[in-house]
Design a protein around this ligand. Structure first.
Ligand SMILES: Cc1ncc(COP(=O)(O)O)c(C=O)c1O
Length: 417
């Protein structure tokens, strides 16, 4: 007879507060802000969009901010802004949401995937260095789950080679590194404001940069209404057509985002308090490695990932561990992302770099390296990730119960073998 709930013992968490992970949080302030736009009559580009840009720019310390209809378009604009052209190579990690890399195809670039490191789950600078070629034009760094990637190392590789660094900051609103806001540590930062994000607007995105040139090029791609007033005369010639996209934010979303921004720090602080407590309760346990980040990183917690280490638990599988935790009332899951390098759209490219939808120029070595086996560390990590709740609205007592449930399963793991 085992103490584990899965094997007939008592359950650790008998009742879950229904809203302990409540997200997004919205109320009367959002309703009033949306109503104001509705009643204002201009539903395309009213003042609220510019107000949101100004406030978000001030929040991250950016001279320029450009709101977008989603994060994907903001990343597309960032790639275009820094001048990525057909045939250039763009490096990003494969363990991420698709939009970190997919817009590279939209500018005709060749996606090159690099490994992640366990410390941050962000890009591994050593593997990035191995993958840099004379054609590398940009590196897209994602701060996965809100944990700042090793920007110092990536910038040190990129700057001397003239490679642009774009931050996909979609998971990291409010995070900092060396005291500076994530999104402002490379050349251009792009944030998603989709409704699960730390700064949700429904659907939306925002691009930030310190360089007027990048801002103006982002306008050129998808904001024709702003082109006539750009400083660069050559760009003003495209005021009628822009470059074929229309990426402005819905002002109702901008209105929601403004309100959410006012609450961002307080809501991040709540998650941080709970995850710090959670980590303190689990640190040092066999079988679980916490993602601790680089020194001087101030992470936020869009998600919280731990790495399962079966070898420290007698070969227990992650699925069996998760099953036992769920039986204790502490439901968690594996990663929801698959490796991007294994997705069909990349497997579709033939040796000449042609697929039904896209053409990417042949690499000098004639090979496009995608598919299973090309990123062994990433593939291994993806099998070992456990996503925990981020306890957005939980009290300490629930966090403590969650810790107790996990500790119990680890203590009795032999019963599961
Ligand atoms: C890491 C990352 N990058 C980019 C995006 C794309 O953002 P959106 O869904 O707003 O287009 C997302 C979000 O969904 C994301 O999680």
């Amino acid at each position: 007879m085992s103490d584990l709930a899965l094997l007939g013992g008592p359950r650790t968490i008998t009742e879950l507060p229904p809203d302990f992970g409540l997200w997004p949080m919205a109320g009367a302030e959002e309703e009033a802000a949306v109503l104001e736009v509705l009643r204002g009559g201009d539903w395309s580009l009213p003042q609220v969009t510019f107000d949101f840009e100004r406030e978000f720019a001030a929040y991250v310390g950016a001279p320029f901010a450009l709101a977008h209809n989603n994060g994907t378009s903001a990343i597309h604009a960032a790639l275009f802004a820094v001048g990525v052209k057909p045939g250039d190579e763009v490096i990003a990690q494969s363990y991420t949401y698709w939009a970190t890399m997919m817009p590279a195809l939209c500018v005709g670039a060749i996606p090159i995937f690099a490994e992640v490191e366990e410390r941050t789950l962000g890009l591994d600078p050593e593997d990035v260095e191995r993958k840099i070629t004379s054609r590398t034009r940009a590196i897209v760094v994602v701060h996965l789950h809100g944990q700042p990637a090793d920007m110092d190392a990536i910038n040190a590789l990129a700057r001397p080679r003239g490679i642009a660094v774009i931050e996909d900051a979609s998971h990291a609103h409010g995070a900092k590194l060396n005291g500076r806001s994530i999104g402002m540590l490379g050349d251009v930062g792009a944030f998603s404001l989709q409704s699960s994000k730390l700064l949700p607007s429904g659907e939306g995105g925002i691009l930030v940069t310190a360089e007027r040139e990048y801002y103006e090029r982002a306008c050129l791609l998808g904001h024709y209404e702003r082109i006539a007033s750009l400083e660069n005369e050559a760009y003003r010639r495209y005021a009628r057509t822009c470059y074929g996209y229309k990426y402005r934010i819905n002002p109702l979303a901008a209105a929601i985002a403004r309100v959410q921004l006012r609450h961002l720090d307080e809501r991040n602080a709540k998650r941080n308090h709970n995850i710090d407590r959670f980590h303190a309760g689990l640190d040092g346990l066999p079988g679980l490695h916490l993602v601790k980040g680089v020194p001087d990183a101030e992470a936020v917690h869009y998600q919280n990932a731990m790495l399962f280490v079966p070898g420290e638990l007698g070969g227990l599988t992650r699925d069996r561990f998760l099953e036992a935790c769920a039986a204790e009332g502490a439901g968690m899951g594996g990663e929801r992302y698959d490796g991007l390098h294994e997705q069909q759209i990349f497997l579709d490219f033939d040796a000449d770099g042609i697929s039904e939808t896209y053409v990417v120029p042949r690499r000098d070595d004639g090979k496009l390296r995608y598919g299973h086996g090309t990123l062994p560390r990433t593939e291994d990590i993806l099998q070992r990730v456990i996503l925990t709740p981020t306890f957005a609205a939980a009290e300490d007592a629930l966090v403590d119960l969650w810790i107790a449930a996990i500790r119990k399963v680890i203590e009795h793991h032999r019963d599961l073998l």
